[in-house]
Design a protein around this ligand. Structure first.
Ligand SMILES: NC(=O)c1ccc[n+]([C@@H]2O[C@H](COP(=O)([O-])OP(=O)(O)OC[C@H]3O[C@@H](n4cnc5c(N)ncnc54)[C@H](O)[C@@H]3O)[C@@H](O)[C@H]2O)c1
Ligand SMILES: [Zn+2]
Length: 387
């Protein structure tokens, strides 16, 4: 390591407050580790659950699970990476050797977070891994957890989407059971919903409906050829069924447990799952990348406080619907989506609304949380602008 002994990091303090702290630069802790100088880290809707105090996250946690940068040091056990390599890391931390990793289910690695299936950087309950909204990050099992990128700075804002939201959107479509030619409704036009809609377009959907109430986000969905549905103006399910000439083949919940009720003010934790059950044709499928939690300190009622949601399970059964859930196994997709970016077939950076230095991060959290000023996807460049 160079003389730099401390670095800047975005650190959670208490609900609705993150600040910039000086922290020690991480060091290699194991021969399989690599140290990465972060060029770009993104703020995710998943960070907002912690930011709003809607998880068990404690003050002192450095956020950031969407990270890319340059390798500056490798342990003696790292054989595939070299100093100077440009890499992007899946948000999942995985060991590459447990049963779930062997089966490609890297979001459920049992070797990186004792007592739990799954690890991530900078996330509550996901293990001791510091986040990358900082100048440097330590990456464990670095050969497995770093995806190499072409040298240089080209496609920086596309490649950062490979850490989470592009694979996650793609995964949401995948676990709905989608096939080319089918119609699909995506609930949520945040970054994950927009990536799910974009994936459905790339994969040959006949119709893609995108439901939200944020004007800029719906406009982004229209730009990529989707039908925008503003749930604050129309009742989404009957609107889609009518427009589609019947129920859709597939639906995706890219909202999760903090879904808004129709008035946009109250929360209704099961409303999107319920909409998916109603809008999807018998024997169709539902993909749920949107996050649900087993315990929510700020839930509107005691059942949802312990992750118990009221849904029409009888209707789901009657329709013979399938439902796929869970965190995305980013490694299943990231290599192929990278190659689609390189070849020019995919350009997921269309969701990026703001690029900032690390000192501006606390203010960006405030705006992103309120979905003000078109804040959709914020990229932080902790070591200065990327040329
Ligand atoms: N499964 C995974 O691996 C994974 C990875 C990343 C993010 N996530 C989760 O995906 C979800 C979306 O992430 P994001 O970054 O896009 O978040 P976001 O908060 O930016 O977007 C959510 C969007 O849903 C909209 N919304 C709220 N209520 C709605 C309703 N009733 N109907 C339709 N739209 C509604 C909001 O207006 C908002 O635009 C979050 O829960 C996040 O935690 C999961
Ligand atoms: Zn994320």
């Amino acid at each position: 390591m160079s003389q730099t002994q401390t670095m800047k990091a975005v650190v959670y303090q208490e609900p609705f407050k993150v600040s910039i702290e000086e922290r020690p630069v991480p060091e290699l802790e194991h021969p399989d580790d690599a140290l990465i100088k972060i060029t770009t880290a993104a703020i995710c809707g998943s960070d907002l659950h912690m930011y709003q105090g809607r998880t068990a996250a404690q003050g002192g946690l450095c956020f950031g699970h969407e990270n890319m940068g340059i390798v500056i040091e490798t342990g003696t056990g790292v054989s595939l990476l070299q100093k100077g390599d440009r890499v992007v890391m899946p948000f999942n931390v995985a060991d590459g050797r447990c049963r779930n990793c062997e089966e490609g289910k890297t979001a459920f690695c049992t070797g990186v977070n004792p007592g739990f299936a799954g690890g991530a950087y900078g996330y509550v309950a996901m293990g001791p891994y510091q986040g990358g909204q900082a100048q440097f990050i330590r990456v464990p099992y670095a050969d497995f957890n770093c995806l190499p990128l072409p040298a240089g700075t080209e496609h920086e804002s596309d490649f950062i989407m490979l850490a989470d939201i592009f694979p996650t959107g793609w995964h949401g479509v995948e676990i709905s059971g989608f096939q080319p030619g089918e119609s699909i409704a995506v609930f949520g036009a945040g970054p994950v919903g927009l990536m799910a809609a974009y994936s459905a377009v790339l994969r040959g959907a006949s119709q893609v409906y995108v439901v939200d109430c944020v004007r800029e986000r719906l406009a982004a969905a229209e730009k990529i050829g989707c039908v925008a549905v503003d749930f604050s103006k129309v009742d989404a399910v009957p609107f889609i069924v009518e427009k589609n000439g019947g129920m859709v083949d597939r639906s995706v919940d890219a909202v999760g447990y903090q879904a808004s009720a129709v008035d946009g003010k109250k929360e209704a934790p099961s409303i999107v799952l319920e909409n998916c059950i109603m809008v999807t044709r018998p024997t169709g499928g539902i993909g749920v990348p949107g996050l649900y939690v087993p315990s929510d300190p700020g839930a509107p009622d005691s059942n949802s406080g312990s992750g118990k949601l009221l849904i029409s399970f009888g209707k789901l059964f009657e329709k013979g619907l399938t439902i796929g859930t869970g965190q995305c196994n980013v490694k299943t997709y990231n290599r192929y989506l990278r190659d689609m970016i390189i070849s020019g077939r995919a350009k997921p950076s269309f969701v990026v609304s703001h690029e900032i230095g690390i000192d501006e991060a606390p203010g960006a959290y405030v705006k992103f949380d309120k979905r003000e000023d078109g804040y959709t996807k914020v990229l932080i460049h902790p070591n200065g602008p990327v040329a």
